[in-house]
Design a protein around this ligand. Sequence first.
Ligand code: 13P
Ligand code: SF4
Length: 369
Amino acid sequence: MSMLDVLTNQQAVMMPDEYKYRSDDEMKRRVLDIKRAFGSRLFIPGHHYQKDEVIEFADATGDSLQLAQIAADNHEAEYIVFCGVHFMAETADMLSNKNQSVLLPDMRAGCSMADMANMKQTDRAWEQLTNLFGDTILPLTYVNSTADIKAFVGKHGGATVTSSNAKKVLEWALTQKERILFLPDQHLGRNTAFDLGIPLEEMAVWDQIEEKLITDQPLSRIKMILWKGHCSVHEKFTVQNIEETRKKDRDIQILVHPECTHEVVMASDLAGSTKFIIDTIKQAPAGSKWAIGTEMNLVKRIIAQHPDKQIESLNPDMCPCLTMNRIDLPHLLWSLESIEKGNPAGLIQVDETITKDALLALKKMLAIK
Ligand code: 13P
Ligand code: SF4
């Protein structure tokens, strides 16, 4: 379900205004009290892009792959209050048991990239692409996609990927079929395929708005069909940012997320998931210099945690991911108090048939080590 569907089909439950007027100290105390009272019946996972005021209360933090694994492994918590975006909470709901409830503290916390592929577009694309290529295509989807796209991929024998396992999953997928349809992030698809030695000429782009395949090559050469989606946050890092950063300081190393464009990834020193970025800085020697190309909440946290290293954002004018930022301390407390009152708000409940098919894709990914 896209964010538009969520907000129009459901009565989007909004946080009452009173939370805006409560003091931070009081809210923090209440969050701690509720966490203490519920103990292991309550679990709060937090994505690395969440604000500090939320991460402070997370029982576990991680990148998308780690959070999916955590949701699959935790059978104890009755309530999983997911601090991240909508597709992550959907994934947690599908991977958790029936007796566990997943809540998203603000239903408006979507992901613009996930909304760049809907089912109508995907059915149209599949029809046209299978007309062009026959039964030679395996679909893969980045986890940054809606549950119904994951279900489509599962139904057609494919798998989900995250930024930390995309290479392994794509390697497997290429042993299954001649070519891959990669949804919805063209940049992660292109960067991963290139890393595996597939030249750019063997990649075409599927334009889901124009409903056409963009390539100047004979169809028989195409190995990757990249959905024309992108992350509006990571597209803001440019090669010009890299050139200016290197001009300022020749010793600085550039570390970016693979949702950045291919040109940016090529011009950088290293690229990897949020976990990779965190681990790389952790292992770097004191005094080393880094410019990081990813979401600002994470970059600011890394800077604060490593005063012995010189770290900056690759784009000095960068903002945080606006949808990740929707989860804040008042929304977290509202969500927890709704559980305490016995009337959980912001429940994420994926349809059973969609869950069944989407799990095929998710479990295939989790099985690839
Ligand atoms: P990670 O899987 O690296 O945590 O990335 C998730 C995401 O949404 C990046 O924009
Ligand atoms: Fe989606 Fe980009 Fe935000 Fe990640 S950073 S949640 S891909 S909009």
